[in-house]
Design a protein. Structure first.
Length: 389
């Protein structure tokens, strides 16, 4: 029997190709009238004209918009604090809107919460440390993705500790999410691969998490089914709206699964690669995935087999071991087809870095505790070493 668990997510999800057009009317879903919006976005949305269209649509409703462009990719805690202090706080928005990848969605969550909570972000590292709800928040993901739009998490980089750390609080959940797959049509191939694999990993790690439960299992399975069937198509044929739709929905389901169950060792080992070597989140995760799953394999054969069967990877009559191996083989194929790097040397990592990397990963106890098999320092070093072939 499952121990008791608690699941909470966002209030409104608007989904459909072109649904971003509905943004001005969806503001009416918020409890109070909105007059000043801080709009946090990324260069890709300015290049493709989406940002300008959104600003014009809001301004036509007499809403003042401050466009914020200075959130860095995978932002440091100082970057989020500085942008808040120099731009967001002086503008005094009554809502925060973000359209972009996980980097800006996470920052937007922190900005909205910071408007009503005065303490510095460092006080919030960890779980349930934010005192009160923030101002209204609307999130529109353009990668598929982090699932950040539906999670209570925001991840910041701590350069002095060479780590990325999560801030987890129900006060980081947005009020409105808009899922419009047309926004993801222009995602370049390497980002499609890395963020798509990140989404799959959210689902797979939730499915094998020690905290897995009926709600997380349901979202995880559907996420993996959608992503498994579409990731290579989205990579090869980026203009396929059907593949992009499936990836965006699969990514949201991955976020819902991780909210219910939590990610595990892949994410724990990825954080130091981001913190020490600036390897992007999706790339670090997708590099580690095959090796962590091979390490975990004997503890989760039955669960891996379930996934393989749901994805149609195993043939009728296969036993669990053979089915599990068909999933691992398929992950290996995705890695090759989508040219996911498999050598950390390309990012400046050498043998001498294995010890500090493993020591840093060992600090990510919140996620290591979810892993179906315990890992010690030597296990972690062994996994990183596989990426120095
Ligand atoms: N909060 C959570 O639950 C959660 C979960 C996983 C990851 N994260 C965090 O999210 C961050 C990573 O987010 P990400 O992987 O979405 O990447 P990202 O936001 O860093 O974006 C990656 C790149 O893609 C570009 N881009 C975004 N959308 C585009 C589009 N539609 N077309 C063309 N280019 C586009 C961006 O400008 C950027 O250059 C990390 O900091 C990670 O730790 C958070
Ligand atoms: Fe992730």
């Amino acid at each position: 029997m499952n121990p008791a668990y608690h699941f909470q997510t966002v209030r409104h999800i608007v989904h459909g190709a072109g649904s971003l057009e509905q943004l001005p009317e969806k503001l009416a879903l918020l409890e109070r009238p909105i007059r000043r919006v801080a709009f946090i976005t990324q260069p890709a949305m300015e290049r493709n004209g989406v940002a300008a269209r959104v600003v014009a649509a809001l301004e036509s409703k007499d809403i003042q918009v401050l466009t914020v462009r200075d959130v860095e990719p995978e932002p440091t805690i100082e970057n989020v604090e500085t942008v808040f202090g120099e731009q967001i706080a002086p503008f005094a928005p009554d809502a925060v809107l973000s359209i972009g990848g996980g980097s800006v969605l996470d920052a937007a969550k922190l900005f909205a919460a910071r408007m009503t909570n005065r303490e510095p972000l460092r006080d919030w590292l960890g779980v349930d440390r934010i005192g009160s709800p923030g101002i209204p928040l609307i999130l529109v993901p353009t990668t598929a993705g982090t699932g950040s739009e539906v999670t209570p998490n925001a991840i910041v980089t701590l350069p002095d500790e060479a780590l990325k750390v999560g801030i987890v609080s129900r006060h980081l959940l947005p009020q409105v999410v808009i899922l419009d797959a047309t926004l993801t049509l222009g995602l370049p191939q390497p980002i499609t691969a890395a963020t798509g694999m990140d989404a799959f990993i959210h689902a797979l790690e939730s499915y094998i998490s020690t905290k897995a439960n009926p709600i997380s299992d349901m979202y995880a399975m559907e996420s993996m089914r959608l992503i498994g069937a579409n990731i290579v198509d989205a990579y090869r044929n980026g203009s396929s709206l059907a593949a992009r739709e499936a990836m965006l929905l699969g990514s949201m389901y991955g976020g819902l699964a991780l909210t219910a169950a939590g990610t595990a060792a892949v994410h724990a080992l990825a954080y130091p690669l981001g913190g020490m070597f600036n390897i992007t989140h999706g790339v670090a995760n997708s590099m580690l995935l095959p090796h962590v799953m091979r390490f975990n394999r004997d503890a989760i054969v039955g669960r891996l087999a379930n996934v393989a069967r749901a994805l149609g990877l195993s043939v009728h009559g296969d036993d669990d071991a053979a089915a599990a191996d068909s999933l691992l083989a398929s992950i290996g194929t995705w890695t090759e087809v989508m040219a996911i790097p498999q050598d950390l040397r390309a990012f400046g990592v050498s043998e001498a870095d294995l010890q500090p990397l493993a020591e840093a990963a060992l600090k990510v106890k919140r996620l290591l505790g979810n892993n179906p098999k315990p890992l010690d320092l030597e296990d972690i070093k062994g996994i990183y070493k596989r990426l120095l072939p």
